[in-house]
Design a protein around this ligand. Structure first.
Ligand SMILES: [Zn+2]
Length: 109
């Protein structure tokens, strides 16, 4: 079932962010990575899409997210779905700067 995600919660201490809504509000990115030997399949999660399904109050700890993710390559090979790790990235990369992205988006039009 889809959840309403707006308005996002206010976050006074980004280091204390612990829910999907707080992560989106702060600008954190989360990467899911498969740890099966030789796989290393990894992907950035679209937190807005995840929050639409799980709600903005859903936790962001590994145990909160693990039930909803698996590695398609390893599953197809018959391996267990329990080797996904989640890494949080602070919004420090240039691609996370909204004003720069806006300029890039407009210049591409
Ligand atoms: Zn895998």
């Amino acid at each position: 079932m889809l959840q309403t995600i707006f308005p996002l919660p206010s976050v006074e201490d980004p280091d204390a962010a612990s829910t999907l809504g707080e992560y989106i509000a702060v600008g954190y990115q989360v990467r899911a990575r498969c740890t099966h030997a030789g796989c290393n399949h990894n992907v950035n999660l679209n937190l807005v899409v995840v929050a639409r399904y799980l709600g903005t109050g859903h936790g962001t700890k590994s145990e909160d997210l693990e039930p909803y993710f698996y590695c398609p390559s390893c599953r197809e090979s018959g391996l267990a779905d329990d080797n996904i790790v989640f890494t949080r990235y602070a919004p420090t990369a240039p691609s996370c700067n909204i004003s720069h992205r806006w300029v890039a988006d407009r210049s591409a039009a």
